[in-house]
Design a protein around this ligand. Structure first.
Ligand code: S3P
Length: 429
């Protein structure tokens, strides 16, 4: 699908972002391992979370809907059944990697595959620690790529230093550790999103954190956890950046998760001088939630790297766009992980934002953005990457002419109503 977006003279209104994608995957998987019924509200609506749901159903978990509330009937640690077909994770690395942790401990064979993009993403970093735990797991390309074949086994706890800050690998190990003999400790090079840890604790699992070290004592999650999933800060980030860079904007993004391991985008926008106000901070289902008000701002350039990167990894294309409207030169370093996301997000962000008129350079581990130029608009492509498609949509709102975004339907991975919400803001309602 080609999406045409015209530069808009005004951005006004209130947005409720979709439920958080990362939290939704975890709520589904961990409640499946618990025994009993969990009631879930505001689950993320996108294709990625649907992939996790279909895989769990194929493993014998009953997931139904009652008047907008999702009911997960957890089967307990020993209740999963062998899938009769290949499990399809689609575009979703979170589905593949977190489920691999579960499947590694099941007494049956599973094959997990994904779309072309997912089959090109690194899986050696997943296979290695799971094998140390005793898993029998293989992948294409000398055990580096999906499809994965997993023959479940009895696992043992490990002490593992993650070579990269990855919440997906950390979570896969913690999920496998629930089934293992002996304790598991995972050490992160920098803190990554901690939704798995919060939810496991809420479900009665003993998990301790000391600095960057997390220790899990194996146990069945004793209780299912009813959750109201907060709005996704990675979706909200689109509107925060739109509001900050547009000359006539006033937007409120309500009910957004602001977990400190995810809220780097708020820190960076404030550091750049954005008129961003965090309102009504509250705690819902163990996660911090707030309403975020943003309006047109005079931004200044900033430098981004180090431990901040995992706290805003998915927002970096949007931050590059914000940098192009800031006074000065913005640099992003230490972000080489972007090269192995749904697309090579350093290369694709630089290529596509350049097409629209951004003065941006590619670096091995990041980007350099020269601010202050203004955008012309033009034709660009999503590279089948939902976060890039949404960044280009926001860029189009502040461009002078019309912008055409090819393969724009890919937003459905995380935010199916993205184009409708964008339209609504431009009409000022
Ligand atoms: C995610 C973790 C991050 C992030 C991805 C979602 C998660 O990936 O980029 O979009 O839900 O655990 P890594 O684990 O590869 O850092």
């Amino acid at each position: 699908m080609k999406q045409r977006v015209k530069g808009s003279s005004i951005l006004r209104g209130e947005i409720t972002p979709p439920g958080d994608k990362s939290i939704s995957h975890r709520v589904l998987i961990l409640n499946s391992i618990a025994r009993g019924r969990a009631r879930i509200e505001n689950l993320a609506p996108g294709d990625d979370v649907c992939a996790t749901m279909s895989c769990l159903r194929a493993l014998g978990v009953e997931i139904t809907e009652e008047g907008g509330t999702l009911i997960i009937s957890g089967v307990g640690r020993a209740g999963f059944r062998e899938p009769t077909d290949v499990l399809q994770a689609g575009n979703s690395a979170t589905t593949m990697r977190l489920l691999a942790g579960l499947l590694a401990a099941q007494p049956f064979l599973s094959i997990v595959t994904g779309d072309e993009s997912l089959r090109a993403r690194p899986m050696g970093r997943l296979i290695h620690p799971l094998r140390l735990m005793g898993a029998e797991i293989w992948g294409r390309g000398s055990d580096s790529l999906a499809p994965l074949a997993i023959k479940g086994n009895k696992l043992k706890g490990i002490d593992y230093h993650l070579p990269v800050a990855s919440a997906q690998i950390k979570s896969a190990i913690l999920i496998a550790a629930l089934f293992a003999r002996g304790n598991t400790t995972v050490v992160e090079p920098a803190p990554s999103r901690d939704h798995t840890e919060s939810l496991l604790r809420a479900m009665g699992v003993k998990l301790h954190r000391e600095g960057t070290r997390i220790k899990l004592i194996p146990a069945a999650p004793s209780a299912p956890s009813d959750v109201r999933v907060p709005g996704d800060i990675s979706a909200a980030a689109c509107w925060l950046v739109a509001g900050a860079i547009h000359p006539n904007a006033q937007i409120k993004v309500i009910n957004t998760g602001i977990n400190p391991t995810r809220s780097g985008i708020i820190d960076v926008l404030l550091q750049m001088g954005a008129k961003l106000v965090v309102e009504r901070v509250r705690r819902e289902s163990g996660e911090l939630v707030a309403d975020l008000a943003i309006e047109s701002s005079d931004l200044v350039a900033t430098q981004i790297g180090g431990n901040l990167i995992p706290r805003l990894i998915d927002e970096l294309p949007l931050i590059a766009l914000a940098g192009s409207f800031a006074r000065g030169t913005t640099t992003i370093v230490d972000a080489q992980e972007l090269r192995v996301k749904e697309s090579d997000r350093i290369a694709t962000t630089v290529r596509e934002l350049s097409r629209l008129g951004v003065d941006i350079e590619e670096m091995p581990d990041g980007m350099v953005i020269h601010g202050g130029g203004g955008l012309a608009g033009g034709e660009c492509a999503s590279h089948h990457d939902h976060r890039l498609a949404m960044t280009l949509g926001i860029a189009a709102l502040v461009a002078r002419g019309e912008t055409v975004i090819n393969n724009a339907e890919v937003v459905a991975m995380s935010y199916p109503n993205f184009w409708q919400d964008l339209e609504r803001l431009t009409s000022g309602i």
